[in-house]
Design a protein around this ligand. Structure first.
Ligand code: ZN
Length: 110
């Protein structure tokens, strides 16, 4: 469910997340939207105990930095990741909240 996309620069080839109207690496305005594979590796993780009001009912929960295959490092929720080792393979998934969707990472195979 869901499709994960961001912008890539047609001049230097690098991606940006969040998406931008210009390249943050070379300032080019030649930008193209591309789908991301949804595959990555766990770079870092932390457990949140004191949550923002909107997520208070979910606490404690895990946040992760994920290195996507496309070379982007993105912060997101980590679901079902108890005991997951750093550099483990993860895939992106969609969380559905009352006010809209949010992406997260899950261990591959979960
Ligand atoms: Zn660029």
């Amino acid at each position: 469910m869901g499709r994960f996309e961001t912008t890539f620069c047609l001049d230097c080839g690098l991606g940006a997340f969040p998406p931008r109207f210009f390249c943050p690496h070379c300032w080019s305005q030649a930008i193209q939207w591309r789908a991301l594979s949804g595959r990555g590796r766990l770079y870092s993780r932390t457990r949140i105990h004191a949550a923002a009001t909107a997520f208070a009912d979910d606490a404690p929960y895990d946040l992760a930095l994920v290195d996507l295959e496309e070379g982007l490092r993105v912060a997101m929720r980590l679901m079902d990741g108890a005991g997951l080792e750093l550099d483990a393979a993860v895939r992106l998934a969609v969380l559905v909240y009352e006010d809209g969707p949010l992406f997260c990472a899950r261990p591959v195979g979960s």
